[in-house]
Design a binder for this molecule. Structure first.
Ligand SMILES: O=c1ccn([C@@H]2O[C@H](COP(=O)(O)O)[C@@H](O)[C@H]2O)c(=O)[nH]1
Length: 272
């Protein structure tokens, strides 16, 4: 999907909500466990109920890998289901990959070709040649970790190297890489106060912002410091939406949660 198409969807749905499909067999309603593919059944119900309020879905790959071959099958069915039924939705494989060049090229093939995601998250620690293979795929997006939502972000990402914080150097350097217009960046909602500085370096890039809801980040604050003229934000919420209820009407309750967030996003869009 092109960035232009993503922006059009955001305005059409008045939403920049990304719903995280962090599907955990220990948390889904127990009656689903007797189904042939409980993870897919859960995802399908959530997607069908919430797609009106969201512009993106983000399966976190760890939740599928944890179940081996069965998990990969559920992941493949989920991405195929979204691409077939809701082709207007932007899809993110939250895989946090990155390795020497020829290995990164295989990761890129896995997520962009075999699984046909629109984007994949990548850890930048191994540098330019570990990220550039992902940028070779037209109309696919590489979402690089910049300043993450967790406490450990302060261990390395905010350390000063050459007079400035490492995350700033990472973002600045990435701008000179081949096809850098296909880059997006992860910035945690819990680090909203840093967004002003980040926007000085990358005013036009899209940011994937996890950490609202269960991690305590605030939507209004993220919008205040992070929104740009094209919106430029995909705000993710996983557990607070998909596990809002454990009852048989879990999908309806997830949709109600998503609708509330979409309403708040619509208000923010009015101020653009
Ligand atoms: O900095 C980061 C990067 C990725 N994540 C991922 O986003 C979701 C957040 O889930 P919630 O349930 O809404 O807290 C999850 O998949 C994380 O692995 C992040 O939280 N922070």
């Amino acid at each position: 999907m092109t960035t232009k198409a993503l922006i059009e969807q955001i305005h059409k749905k008045k939403s920049f909500l990304c719903i995280g499909l962090d599907t955990d067999m220990d948390k889904i309603p127990t009656y689903l466990l007797s189904e042939d593919d409980p993870i897919f059944s859960f995802n399908k119900a959530i997607i069908d109920a919430t797609h009106k309020y969201a512009v993106a879905y983000k399966p976190n790959i760890a939740f599928y890998e944890a179940y081996g071959i069965k998990g990969w099958k559920s992941l493949k069915k989920t991405i195929e289901y979204i691409n077939h039924n809701y082709p207007e939705i932007f899809t993110i494989a939250d895989a946090k990959r990155g390795d020497i060049g020829n290995t990164s090229a295989m990761y890129a093939k896995a997520f962009f070709q075999e699984l046909a995601f629109d984007s994949v998250t990548v850890a930048p620690y191994m540098g330019k040649d570990s990220v550039e293979p992902f940028l070779e795929f037209p109309n696919k997006h590489t979402i690089m970790l910049a300043l993450t939502s967790n406490e450990g972000a302060f261990d390395f990402q905010t350390l000063k190297t050459n007079e400035q914080e490492l995350y700033k150097t990472v973002i600045e350097k990435s701008k000179s890489w081949k096809n850098s217009d296909q880059l997006m960046y992860v910035v945690g909602a819990t680090k909203a106060e840093y967004l002003g500085e980040i926007r000085k370096i990358i005013p036009d890039s899209f940011l994937l912002v996890p950490g609202v809801g269960a991690q305590g980040g605030r939507l209004e604050e993220v919008c205040k410091y992070g929104m740009n003229k094209d919106v430029g934000l995909l705000i993710n919420s996983s557990r607070a939406i998909i596990y809002a209820s454990e009852t048989s009407n879990f999908a309806e309750i997830a949709a109600a949660k998503a609708e509330v967030i979409q309403g708040q996003m619509a208000e923010q869009l009015e101020s653009l």
